[in-house]
Design a protein around this ligand. Structure first.
Ligand code: AP5
Ligand code: MG
Length: 227
């Protein structure tokens, strides 16, 4: 039976997970699974799950594990995930990581079943990235008012759709999200490091430079070249 390759992108809010995930998945035809995006889609469609998640998201808190796990496991059971998928924003707690490990089974010895890439960015930079982020309401393209400024004000460079600010990208909510990240998500670095699955990437560089480094590690793992 062939292994399902799972890439996990770890990183604080604003570290560049979504930006890099889109590029990695396009390069290798992987399914891009962002739990944040899945909740936002549910919110848009006004589903019961979306309504339950909204209060947590607006407060900068994590959505309870049981809601996340059910949604995530439903999603990765879809046919487009059969050969491999990239997780962006999941897992976010030790309990989520344990549930994923249980579902996938132990990683093989070469570590190329599950590969965890952690984007490291100083906290002072994260606040500026998040408060200046704008996302296309039509195609989801991620831009930044300064670092990838739109060519036409307020319009997406890719499709011309309206660029909007995420409701959890205010200074107050960002501070809370960073606090929650330190307390509940950062311990995952130790969890995956103990399993020899973790590679750290310097995410405080230009988007292209980060992509070169990240994709080299990711593709080596997908191609079974991981040490
Ligand atoms: P989610 O949507 O996952 O948000 P997040 O983890 O806080 O991460 P972000 O999407 O804010 O940042 P990113 O790393 O993707 O950065 P991006 O590439 O956009 O989750 C939202 C909420 O949903 C959570 O708070 C929680 O409530 C809930 N949730 C989701 N998953 C959950 C889970 N598993 N369990 C429980 N709750 C969950 O980049 C940011 C900005 O920086 C952009 O403007 C971009 O253009 C710019 N940028 C990117 N790279 C660079 C670069 N190299 N140089 C300069 N600028 C850059
Ligand atoms: Mg994101």
């Amino acid at each position: 039976m062939s292994l399902t390759q799972v890439l996990i992108l770890l990183g604080a809010p604003g570290a560049g997970k979504g930006t890099q995930a889109v590029r990695l998945c396009a390069a290798r035809s992987l399914a891009h699974i962002s739990t944040g995006d899945l909740f936002r889609e549910n919110l848009k469609k006004e589903t019961a799950l979306g309504k339950r998640a909204k209060g947590f998201m607006d407060a900068g808190q994590l959505v309870p594990d049981e809601l996340v796990l059910e949604m995530l496991f439903d999603r990765v059971a879809k046919p487009d995930c059969r050969n491999g998928y990239l997780l962006d924003g999941f897992p976010r707690t030790i309990a989520q990581a344990e549930a994923l490990e249980k579902r996938l089974g132990p990683s093989n010895r070469a570590g190329n079943h599950v590969t965890v890439l952690s984007l490291r960015v100083p906290e002072s930079v994260l606040v500026e990235r998040l408060t200046g982020r704008r996302t296309c309401s039509a195609c989801g393209n991620i831009q930044h008012m300064l670092f990838s400024a739109p060519k036409i004000a307020g319009k997406c460079d890719k499709c011309g759709g309206a660029l909007v600010q995420r409701s959890d990208d205010t200074v107050e909510v960002v501070k809370k999200r960073l606090e929650v990240y330190r307390a509940q998500t950062q311990p995952l670095e130790g969890f995956y490091s103990a399993r020899k699955l973790l590679t750290e990437i310097d995410g405080h560089r230009g988007e292209d430079e980060v992509f070169r480094d990240l994709s080299a590690r990711a593709f080596a793992a997908l191609d079974g070249e991981a040490a």
